[in-house]
Design a protein around this ligand. Structure first.
Ligand SMILES: *Cc1c(COP(=O)(O)O)cnc(C)c1O
Length: 458
């Protein structure tokens, strides 16, 4: 018998209080934060959907393992455990621990990059692109055409366009292509998965032209869930088997363990090539720490070794993906337009379509972010012209291609009733949408303005 209520596959042993607030208080908090929820204090927020990064709840087994943290400088027991856990999953011989994903990116892409080099990806995550461009190299995104269609139900919109890949390798010259980076799931592309078929074709092309293939595997457990569910031939394989099959196709992997490895801090880089590993090891020791701890304490490595296994637990993954889908489907039922299909770690709301009376230079995404906070104390993030807009020579806005708001789901943190509350807030958002006004930017820094900009209500 299959019940339709999907329960959280865990009981709660330790709780963290949520401070409730009134509408009047939130109006004041938002004004004090210059209408930028990044500037709110976390205790002014009721449901925090700002990011799924580093916000997971750890299990009793992770907390228990932390007590066994071996803080020896070199060759700690905790490192031996972590190295084994990463090796079991990735099958790669050279493993470098880092304090988070971008530290691994900095090491590998500084070594491979530089002027005249090209990196090609389904979509580079923003820290990935920043590290590549900082080295002087160029980052090119080639998602498949289906990725731009928000209504088709094609399941693998995270795929990389392999026809374009081959054309670009020939155009730039294989020797100038520093790496092909397959991001699974495709975070910046809506958290949508990459199929095994696509990964195989990317791997085949990389081998043919002798180009390094890197797997950005932050959400490979969620990606494996989608392959198991939607790709033919994978129904009888475990999520771990599917991940291992994908790792086997790549030459290197980079993970921000703050995602699917269920820890608050951590990351790693794995490699197959000894010469490359030696060069990266040098940089690791200079910038992160000795090779048997990188940027991590012994207790961090313990929690990560356990989290890496728990992240593939079938009950957990089923609950994880179901709760994200549940949120998305119910928001959509309220009449609110979302990006379809729904990804693994977040729901993306199409703010431009919801507030079609607000022009893009008045930031409809920011308006929705502010309304969500004001009405329900929910914190989310604008992914539109505030984040990616640029100015032309006359100071006019060159808008981003889309005006989205991301609701990212922290792992194992919120329950069904929290999600139902968010859905109710969206009902109110929909009812009151025609009265909502846009914003203008009063003050902004030169780079990454969305973090610290000040806004004014129009
Ligand atoms: C989070 C993330 C990173 C960067 O990792 P940090 O741990 O935040 O430094 C890289 N790639 C992808 C796809 C990510 O989601």
């Amino acid at each position: 018998m299959q019940f339709k209520t999907i329960i959280e596959p865990f009981r709660i042993k330790s709780v963290e209080a949520i401070k409730m607030s009134t509408l009047e208080e939130r109006v004041q908090f938002l004004r004090d934060a210059h209408y930028n929820p990044f500037l709110l204090n976390a205790d002014q927020v009721i449901i925090d959907l700002l990011t799924d990064s580093g916000t997971s709840a750890m299990s009793v087994n992770q907390w228990a393992a932390m007590m066994q943290g071996d803080e020896s400088y070199a060759g700690a027991k905790s490192w031996i455990k972590l190295e084994k856990a990463i090796h079991d999953l990735t099958g790669m011989p050279y493993i470098l621990p880092t304090h988070q994903g971008r530290a691994a990116e900095k090491i590998l892409y500084t070594h491979l990059g530089g002027k005249g080099k090209y990196f090609i990806s389904n979509t580079h995550f923003d820290t990935t692109r920043a590290n590549i461009e900082f080295s002087g190299a160029t980052a090119i995104d080639i998602p498949v055409e289906e990725a731009k269609n928000y209504v088709s139900s094609y399941p693998f919109k995270g795929n990389l366009d392999t026809v374009k890949l081959e054309v670009l390798i020939l155009e730039y010259g294989a020797a100038n292509v520093a790496a092909v980076i397959l991001t699974v799931t495709n975070n910046s592309g809506g958290g949508l998965p990459v199929s095994m078929e696509n990964a195989k074709e990317v791997s085949r092309i990389c081998k043919q032209y002798n180009v390094l293939m890197v797997l950005d595997c932050c959400r490979i457990a969620e990606n494996s869930f989608f392959i198991h569910r939607d790709e033919e031939g994978y129904q009888n394989k475990s999520y771990q088997d599917i991940a291992q099959e994908m790792f086997a196709l790549a030459d290197a992997s980079i993970m921000s363990a703050k995602k699917d490895a269920l820890v608050n801090m951590g990351g790693f880089l794995t490699l197959r090539n000894e010469t490359l590993a030696e060069a990266c090891m040098q940089l690791l020791i200079i910038t992160e720490g000795f090779s048997t701890y990188g940027g991590l304490s012994g207790r961090d490595m313990e929690a990560l070794a356990v989290g890496l296994v728990e992240g593939f637990d079938a009950d957990y993954l089923h609950y994880r993906i179901s709760s994200t889908q549940y949120l998305g489907e119910h928001i959509q039922k309220c009449g609110v337009p979302i990006i379809y299909p729904i990804g693994g770690h977040a729901v993306y709301v199409n703010a431009k379509a919801l507030y079609n009376h607000i022009p893009v230079n008045e930031y409809p995404g920011q308006a929705l972010v502010c309304e969500l906070y004001k009405i329900g104390g929910i914190r989310s993030v604008e992914i539109g012209s505030v984040m990616f807009g640029k100015y032309d020579a006359n100071g006019g806005l060159i808008p981003a291609p889309q005006e989205l708001v991301r609701l990212a789901m922290p792992r194992r943190v919120y329950t069904q009733s929290h999600v139902d509350y968010v859905i109710e807030v969206f009902e109110e958002i929909f009812k009151t949408k025609d009265h909502v006004k846009g914003y203008k930017i009063n003050k902004e820094p030169k780079f990454l303005r969305h973090f610290t900009a000040h806004f004014e209500k129009l």
